[in-house]
Structure formats: C-alpha cells, structure tokens
Design a protein around this ligand. Structure first.
Ligand code: SF4
Length: 480
C-alpha cells in the first residue's frame, strides 16, 4: 500500500525563490578631509601663564596666590568704591564715568572675581564680552521693553514655600542662599540675588537651616518629586558642611533620584576646585553616596563665552573628572557676548575639550534693566542651526526659551506662532500648564522703528499681543 506524501513535504521539495540582494558598490568618489593643523584648533588653545600681572593691581601676585580661592574672594571687586578704585588708571578715559552712572541704574549689585576682572580687555572694555556680562555702563543701556518684569519666570508664584519652586511635575528648584561669587547683570533672579540696589529692593533668601526644613518637608510630602536643583545664589558660596547636609538629606529621601548643584563658580573662580579641598571632598562624597544608592549627583555650571575657560579651568575640570563628578553647562545667549555662530561653535568645542557637557543655551529671560543684552528668538534659532553638527550630539546644547510666566523650558523652535515683525512668539507647555499660552517678546532694538513706536502705545501693545495669541490659538484649533 502506498501512502500519499503530505502536501507540506511536496512544497518543501520546491526550491524557494532566492531573495534579491542589493549590491554594495564602492563610492565613485571619496571625500577626504585634509588634516587641520593643531594651531587652527582654537578650542584647544587655552590662555595660560600669568596674564593677570598685566593688571596694575595684580602685577605682584604670583600663581600660588592667584590660584588660591580665599585670595580670589578677598580681592574681588565689590561695590562702587572698590570698582572705581580698580578702574582708575586702567580703563580708557570716559569709561569710569560711564560705569559710575550705569552702576546706579542696574538691578544687580557689582561683584567680580580677580580671575574675571583680569580676563577683560581693558583697552576696549565697551565691547568686551566679559565686561558686558558683569559691569553695567550707562551709555549702552536701552529702554526696557514694556513687557519686561523683575521675576519674569514667576518663580515666586510657583513657590509653595519660600525659595522652593515646584513647576514641573517631578522636579523642584531649591534656592538655598542668595549670594554668588560674582553678580551677573542678566541674572533671572535679580528680584532676590545680592544686596539691594538703587533700583531693586530684594526678596530675602538667606542661608537658613530653618527655612530649608520647610523645603525638605514639602519635598518629602510630594512623592512625585524625583529631581532637585539646588541653586541660589550659587552653591560655590555654600560652606562644605551645609552642602553635605543638604545633599545627604535629599539623597536619603526615597522619592529623590537625582540632585544637581548649580554653580557659576567653575566659570568665574575655577581655583576653588584646586584649593578648597573641604568643598570638593563634600561634593565628591555626595557623588559617591549617590552612586552607591544608584542616584545621580551632578554639577550644573554656567560658561557663556570661550574666554572664560583658561588653562586654570582645564586643571579644575580635570580634578572634577578624575573624581567622577559630572559637569554640564547652561549658557545664556546675550547680544555682544555670544550671539555669533563662531563664538558659540568655539564655546561648544572648548567646553567639550575641558570635559564640560554643553546642555542648554537659554534665550535671555525678559528681566528688567538689561534690554541691551537680549537677542531675538530668530537669532537663537539661526545659531542653533549652525552649531548643531559641529561636534557629537551629546555635547551639543538644546536651545530653549524659558517660557515667561512659568511655562518652563521650551525648545526655541517649538513656538505655536512667531510674528517676526512685532517680535511676539507664543509657546505652549502641555506637560507643565496644559491649555495655557506663554508669550516671549523680542527686544525693541531688534524691531523696526515703527514697531518700536507701537510698543510705546498701550492700545497697540494689547493689539499686538492679542494678534499673536489669536494666531497661535487658530493654528492649535486647525491641528485638532
Ligand atoms: S551666578 Fe547665577 S544666580 Fe548668581 S548672579 Fe549670576 S546668574 Fe544670578
């Protein structure tokens, strides 16, 4: 008796069609890049030597003294008298008077470390990118845009307890002190940081373990909080024992997964990392404790211009790197400081060179008294487009607008609507404040004369804002 073969065996005897293969062809032409000579790799050329001796006040200061953080703090230029005393005989004629007048109009006090003071080009301080950030001068101040405020990010409105802003669902900003090693003209917290000035009476956020307790209680009572930014002011000014206590207290909370210490100090006084072992040991111990607990501890710093990073900075960053301390950079885009493609390319590469990861480039906040430093949103977009690709993506900043009124950080390109003529851009923040619209206003100096006139008229102001909001809402509805 014969048995019929199963159908599937019959099928399997038929040879299958072979898949067609794509043939990889060698390229017809190969693009070969010529090696770039070492002397053209500008990001590696860090200022070295004893350059500060060119400043009369520091001509007898040797490297050991200059690299001592206590000497830097004691010899910082602080307040009007010390500023004028240091400028006499150094700055060109007319500059001292310009500064004196600017000083009385500024929302921020003046404080500059000898390190930064010595890096300023005193032959042309008007244009110097470091002078622009730290010293106000009357001749360059511009009238404020009418929509500017002191606390443009509404940090106080989003603070359930003094000094603790809870805006994002899982993250809080803990302002533990209100002093810094320098005072930046453009500070977004000019409502609180530093001493009172002729134009601003500040909110007090002094070092206060009692106030911090209220913050700790709030964080513990909100299990959704996982990420705490410890800032101020500047955690460089925080004694090691307080740094350690705050860090350990937070790491030991079950809900906390990540903490970040914010300090501009690395950019303005890198020698602290080389000479303040107590502070550095406290930071390293916190990083090690975090690692043991599988939690991240990092430093977020604030370089704005390639000139700020010198051979001293590199040695300081190497010390942090050797100890396994991660450093990321948050930079603020400022007119005349870093609003050029070449400057931002160089900054990006130089930060990578010294092991600092470029993280954010912020659109300048809409704070009062520094209209001369703001740029348009379009400038930011153009710079981002040109810089992306200059190095690896993980070392390339995301460019953001911190949405005025408390919308949080939005990718600069993600506007719902942008009227380049009136300078009004509109953003939404669905994960932070769903349904709300946030407006950013380009600086007056970037707009035409006639539009600048319109912004002086309260009725036209309202019209321009309404037009932008309506256009944004229309687009939003078209997408639904
Ligand atoms: S260091 Fe930071 S907090 Fe202090 S003044 Fe500068 S921007 Fe403001």
């Amino acid at each position: 008796m014969t048995t019929a073969e199963p159908v599937d065996e019959l099928v399997s005897n038929t040879p299958p069609d072979k898949p067609k293969k794509d043939k990889a062809e060698p390229p017809k032409e190969r693009r070969v890049r010529d090696p770039i000579p070492e002397d053209q790799l500008e990001h590696r050329q860090l200022r070295d030597g004893e350059w500060w001796r060119e400043i009369p006040a520091f001509e007898d200061v040797d490297a050991e003294q200059f690299n001592d953080h206590i000497w830097q703090m004691r010899n910082s230029v602080y307040g009007e008298d010390s500023l004028i005393e240091n400028l006499e005989g150094l700055a060109p004629p007319g500059f001292v008077e310009d500064v004196r007048e600017g000083f009385h109009k500024a929302p921020m006090a003046v404080r500059i470390t000898p390190y930064i003071f010595s890096l300023i080009d005193w032959d042309n301080p008007w244009e110097d990118p470091l002078r622009l950030q730290f010293l106000p001068i009357a001749s360059r101040l511009s009238p404020d845009h009418p929509m500017l405020t002191l606390d443009s990010l509404h940090e106080q409105a989003d603070a359930p307890v003094d000094g603790l802003t809870h805006r994002y669902p899982d993250k809080a900003l803990f302002l533990v002190l209100d002093t810094c090693p320098v005072y930046c003209r453009f500070c977004t917290r000019s409502y609180a940081i530093g001493v009172d000035t002729d134009t601003v009476e500040k909110v007090q956020l002094k070092v206060s373990p009692e106030r911090w307790e209220e913050g700790f209680d709030y964080i513990e009572q909100h299990p959704e909080l996982e990420d705490i930014v410890i800032s101020g002011g500047d955690t460089y000014n925080m004694p090691a024992k307080h740094l350690r206590n705050i860090g350990e207290r937070l790491l030991k909370m079950d809900n906390i997964r990540r903490i970040r210490f914010a300090t501009k100090g690395l950019a303005v006084m890198p020698m602290k990392v080389l000479s303040d072992d107590k502070w550095l040991d406290a930071m390293q111990d916190l990083c090690d404790l975090g690692r043991e607990m599988h939690k991240e501890v990092a430093i977020h710093t604030h370089f704005n211009h390639p000139k700020e990073a010198t051979a001293i900075s590199k040695r300081a960053m190497e010390r942090l790197f050797e100890r396994g301390i991660k450093v990321r950079n948050q930079c603020v885009l400022q007119r005349g400081v870093n609003d050029s493609i070449e400057t931002m390319k160089l900054l990006t590469k130089r930060l990578s060179e010294i092991n600092v990861q470029p993280y954010y480039v912020y659109q300048h906040d809409m704070v009062k008294g520094v209209e001369d430093l703001r740029t348009s949103v379009q400038t930011n977009i153009d710079i981002e487009k040109a810089v992306r690709g200059v190095t690896a993506g993980f070392n390339t900043s995301t460019h953001v607008v911190d949405a005025p009124g408390g919308g949080g950080k939005r990718d600069v390109h993600s506007y719902e609507y942008y009227n380049r003529e009136t300078g009004v851009s509109v953003y939404q923040a669905p994960s932070v404040k769903p349904g709300e619209y946030f407006t950013y206003f380009d600086p007056l100096h970037s707009l035409s004369e006639s539009v600048q006139q319109d912004w002086r008229d309260p009725d036209k102001q309202e019209e321009m804002v309404e037009q932008a909001l309506e256009a944004a809402k229309d687009r939003d509805h078209q997408r639904i």
